[in-house]
Design a binder for this molecule. Sequence first.
Ligand SMILES: NC(=O)c1ccc[n+]([C@@H]2O[C@H](COP(=O)([O-])OP(=O)(O)OC[C@H]3O[C@@H](n4cnc5c(N)ncnc54)[C@H](OP(=O)(O)O)[C@@H]3O)[C@@H](O)[C@H]2O)c1
Length: 246
Amino acid sequence: MKNILVIGATSAIAQTFIERMAVGDNKLFLVARDKDKLSTIKNDLRIKKNINITTFILDVNDHNNYDSMFNTAKSYLGRIDILLMAHGTLPDQKECEEKVETAVFEFGINALSIIVLCLKAAKIFEDQKFGLLAVITSVAGDRGRQSNYIYGSAKGAVNIFLQGLRNRLTKYGVSVLTVKPGFVDTPMTAHLPKNLLFSKPEVIAKGIVKAINKNKSKEIYLPGYWRIIMFIIKSIPGKIFNKLSL
Ligand SMILES: NC(=O)c1ccc[n+]([C@@H]2O[C@H](COP(=O)([O-])OP(=O)(O)OC[C@H]3O[C@@H](n4cnc5c(N)ncnc54)[C@H](OP(=O)(O)O)[C@@H]3O)[C@@H](O)[C@H]2O)c1
């Protein structure tokens, strides 16, 4: 039996993860900002899976509500075995370049909200002396590209933050899993033309569950071939890279 907290539970990737984890005696505490979407997910799971599940409404821009969310989660779940953070936005890079407020807002959602939530979660995990914290970042955080460097820099900041957190929490028996998907066919990328590099959210969720079951405390690429793609992209010398329209 696992007690599972999911933040950003209405995300397409999180929903397929939740479907997979909604088994046996597992208990789920789902957090998202959209009340209607969240109650549809909850009701569907209750009918299909007869699982222990409750929900909490949180807009991650509302930092003042974080403590209340964690306290409610702890009183429902008791101990937290697994925490998955999945919320995020794909900003309009051009708009971020023109309006500094947009850049700050988008960086806030994709980096600062995750970092603050992780800092609060870290205290809980440290006290428990066990648990696994998984955060979905992105391959976009591996190297800045002109087409999405606000998103990329936010994901990159979280990657570095999680490296430090992993270093801090390992001695408490707590795992920190950084999940770096490549392109995924979800509402976030609905406006983009699709190609062979796009994966279905189910593939990403399957990879996350596999890594969690193995209690991995490291960075993973999903699907795994993105490790090779990003190795190649990171290896391109700056002189050449800067001439490419990526
Ligand atoms: N799709 C890709 O190609 C791709 C690739 C690499 C990494 N990722 C990452 O994977 C994660 C999941 O994304 P996805 O692809 O599953 O996209 P998605 O279905 O669009 O999910 C994004 C989620 O973030 C939530 N969210 C956005 N702003 C929020 C806020 N202020 N407060 C609370 N929740 C907020 C959305 O809530 P609402 O439902 O209320 O809008 C939605 O649940 C994200 O971190 C994303 O950056 C995605």
